[in-house]
Design a protein around this ligand. Structure first.
Ligand code: ZN
Ligand code: ZN
Length: 149
């Protein structure tokens, strides 16, 4: 991802969310958030859980799952379902386009201000767009090598 996250403001946002919702501010929840930020990519709940375990920090999968849902409700994580894969999460950042390889599942991100401008100007009755997610499916370079010569 090209964007750097403002980690402090993300953590503050989560604190506000937990306070307002009267959720407990447990160290586990913050450890999960910090790891999600650190991964800096798209991940599913199991990958996030494994990354936390690798730091020898033990939390249950259920805790990871519940915290990911809280983070989604807080508007910090966004959820994408790509094809048959489990739901993938990422820290919210600017509108971007996902290129998903149908064979190996690799996800790439691109930004295209031309498309973004068009999408945000779509005039749909009784609807005002404020963000978007576009997924394009195909084959990545490794799964579909270009002919040379
Ligand atoms: Zn591929
Ligand atoms: Zn993304």
């Amino acid at each position: 991802m090209s964007n750097e996250f403002d980690n402090d403001s993300i953590v503050d946002k989560f604190t506000h969310f937990l306070t307002n919702g009267k959720f407990r501010k447990t160290p586990e929840r913050y450890a999960i958030l910090r790891k999600a930020i650190e991964l800096h990519s798209h991940f599913d709940v199991d990958a996030l859980h494994m990354a936390i375990e690798r730091d020898s920090y033990h939390v249950s999968r259920a805790t990871v799952y519940n915290t990911v849902e809280l983070l989604e409700d807080a508007g910090i994580l966004s959820k994408n379902v790509f094809g048959q894969n489990p739901a993938m999460y990422e820290v919210n950042h600017d509108n971007h386009i996902h290129l998903v390889c149908k064979r190996c599942g690799k996800i790439r991100e691109i930004e295209n201000s031309h498309i973004a401008g068009h999408v945000m100007q779509l005039h749909t009755e009784d609807f005002t767009a404020d963000s978007f997610a576009i997924t394009i499916y195909g084959l990545c370079g490794e799964c579909c090598p270009k002919d040379k010569g």
